[in-house]
Design a protein around this ligand. Structure first.
Ligand code: ADP
Ligand code: MG
Length: 617
């Protein structure tokens, strides 16, 4: 095996890269250095000679002597096998390892293991090959020189090599920490991130764009009655660099609800002008809203069309900007060098697959661009599902990612955690808000009839609210008249009682307060969405988290921030610490060492290093 090339050895051990092998650390260390004194309770490695053997039922008891103690030691083997009997015969010498314990006046060792070779610290791996084979591969490949050759710095390389080949001092520290020290863990995380970026480099395919797009945005920007936010400007700049280039863009733009993504979409359409761009939205309501906004903000020379199921407005053939739902996927679309998707997170897997085909199919040949077979449109996706920043950086190996931080109006929402005793104060607040014409939403957890969760259900609470307030409306997800109830509430209601599943399609500009009952039962992402419903129009907003667990750390953290990316990070952090919530598992959990909630700096540095070591992505 010694002569096998590098990659063959790795493959044999089941690893695809040296860094992957390097971060696959030992699970424990077998220390076979001989003990020099007996400390009852500790693990010892002892040279012994067998004095006497007896065989009580189901046991083998051997009395042995060791040069480092005057007292004999009783070795007990439960359920002995034939090889034990062969091993323990008077006069035989072995090296044994096990815990020495005091048993009355005697010393004893139960089920010790025999040690073939003494005086070493042998790493123990979970591996697919035999231990000794795996160890030999690690010994020959995981060296400081090789790791530095993979782009790692010497300091981190040394820390990692040490974890595979510890010395006495290192092992002492390892035992004291009960695992790897913080610097070793950091080196492992860094290597894992570096390896990720290195491997993903090969995965991402680059295609030439149909054409570079360099349209002017002045006519659009001049018409806007407001300044773009810094987040919007950064996103537009990134898109401008993308679209002006020779390569087809693949970018994901993530921004909280209300961060102003529509303006970024329209700016991109301006850059594509006079060529066609296509925008797909998940519902016809959204498609229409976007269409209306496009007509409002884009300059008059822009022709816009709307395509939804069985409906078409404007003329798709001549349009500069085509907005539609997935109905677009079933149409013959004109050649478009820019394709965009809004609210990407709301599309199903099937639709995403079709979209993927739409942006990767060979466009019809054209006299303008003869060698078209490999050209692709630019593709921009917009999403409102905040992801932790670290996750965004990890994802950026495969697709460019831009986060729009901040919103045009920083919402002024005060979040308060309240318990039962605070209820009278809450009622006063509600009375005051409703008297001044503002509205209140009270959200109840969705409960099965049989379940008992210690909070009143929406049905049980209806009478309570009706006795105290006028204009109380009730609706829940299964309610057939939901839209009508919402419409009436929007016009003249004071308090709306609803369950979490409610999707408020219409805007509620007078909503100033939300009360979330049993808040500790909900994921932070859900709480964030619910809180985002108030103060849409700049009203002073209030969010009350009603809970029996007013000391809840997760809720306290939530109350301190309104930044969606920070909340996504917190959500992941608390999820990891075992706080069971609704929602999905994140892709970041594929990593052994990296933590998407904590390791932003490490991943940032690893990405920089990857770029300088292996080149631009
Ligand atoms: P998103 O799609 O990210 O949820 P929208 O694009 O719908 O957000 O924008 C939310 C609201 O903010 C809209 O009414 C929009 O006109 C307004 N808006 C967008 N950008 C700005 C800005 N820079 N300054 C002020 N208002 C803005
Ligand atoms: Mg939007």
């Amino acid at each position: 095996m010694g002569d096998l090339p590098y990659s063959e050895k790795l493959k044999k051990a089941g690893f695809s890269s040296l860094l992957e092998l390097a971060v696959h650390t030992p699970v424990s260390y077998l220390d076979t250095r001989l003990s020099d004194s007996i400390v009852p309770g500790d693990l010892h490695t002892l040279e012994i000679v067998v004095i006497a053997v007896s065989r009580p039922p189901k046991r083998l008891v051997a009395t042995v002597r060791t040069p480092i103690s005057d007292r004999p030691i009783d070795i007990t083997i439960f359920h002995p096998k034939p090889y034990h009997a062969a091993l323990y015969k008077p006069g035989m010498r072995h090296t044994l390892q096990g815990k020495v314990e005091r048993f009355g006046t005697k010393l004893q060792m139960v089920n010790p293991r025999t040690v073939p070779k003494t005086g070493a610290i042998i790493p123990q791996y979970k591996c697919r090959l035999r231990q000794d084979l795996h160890r030999r591969i690690v010994e020959s490949l995981v060296t400081v020189a090789n790791l530095v050759g993979e782009g790692l710095d010497t300091a981190r390389a040394e820390l990692i090599v040490r974890a595979h080949r510890p010395d006495e001092t290192w092992l002492k520290l390892y035992k004291r920490y009960g695992g790897f020290g913080p610097r070793t863990v950091e080196a492992l995380k860094f290597s894992e991130a570096l390896d990720w970026f290195r491997r993903m480099r090969g995965k991402r395919t680059h295609f030439p764009a149909l054409m570079p797009l360099t349209g002017e945005m002045d006519a659009f920007l001049r018409k806007l009655p407001f300044e773009l936010t810094e987040g919007q400007r950064k996103a537009i700049d990134a898109i401008r660099r993308d679209l002006g280039g020779e390569m087809a863009a693949r970018r994901m733009i993530v921004g909280d609800v209300g961060s102003g993504k529509t303006m970024v979409i329209l700016a991109a359409a301006m850059m594509a002008y006079p060529h066609t761009s296509i925008l797909m939205a998940p519902t016809s309501i959204l498609a229409r809203q976007l269409y209306d906004e496009a007509k409002k903000w884009l300059p008059d020379f822009f022709d816009t069309a709307l395509v939804t199921q069985g409906r078409e407005e404007g003329n798709m053939e001549d349009a500069h900007f085509i907005v539609g739902t997935h109905a677009l996927l079933y149409r013959d679309l004109p050649e478009a060098p820019l394709i965009m998707v809004d609210e990407q997170h709301r599309f199903g897997t099937e639709q995403r697959k079709m979209l993927e085909q739409l942006v990767s199919k060979n466009p019809p040949s054209s006299i303008l661009h003869p060698p078209l077979s490999k050209r692709r449109p630019h593709f921009l996706q917009f999403s409102a599902t905040p992801i932790p920043r670290t996750q965004a950086m990890i994802d950026s190996a495969l697709v460019d990612v831009t986060l729009i931080e901040g919103t045009p109006f920083e919402k002024d929402i005060t979040t308060t955690i309240i318990g039962k005793k605070d209820f009278p104060g809450l009622l006063e607040h509600i009375a005051k808000e409703t008297e001044e014409g503002r509205q209140v939403l009270v959200v109840y957890p969705l409960v099965e009839e049989s379940e008992h969760i210690g909070y009143r259900s929406i049905e049980e609470s209806e009478a309570f609210w009706n006795e105290r307030f006028e204009g109380v409306y009730v609706t829940h997800g299964r309610d057939k008249n939901k839209d009508e109830v919402l419409q009436r509430f929007a016009e003249d209601g004071n308090i709306l009682l609803a369950t979490t599943v409610i999707e408020v399609g219409i805007s509620l500009p007078k909503l100033s307060t939300i009360v979330i009952v049993g808040a500790e039962r909900m994921g932070l992402a859900t709480l964030h969405q619910l809180r985002g419903r108030v103060s849409r129009t700049g009203l002073k907003g209030y969010c009350f988290l009603f809970t029996h667990d007013t000391d809840n750390e997760r809720l306290k953290a939530f109350a301190r921030t309104t930044n969606g990316f920070e909340i996504a990070r917190l959500d992941l952090k608390f999820r990891k610490s075992g706080d069971l919530l609704d929602g999905k598992v994140q892709s970041g959990e594929a990593f052994k060492w990296l933590d998407m909630a904590e390791d932003e700096e490490i991943v940032r540095e690893a990405k920089r290093r990857a770029v300088s070591a292996y080149g631009e992505f």
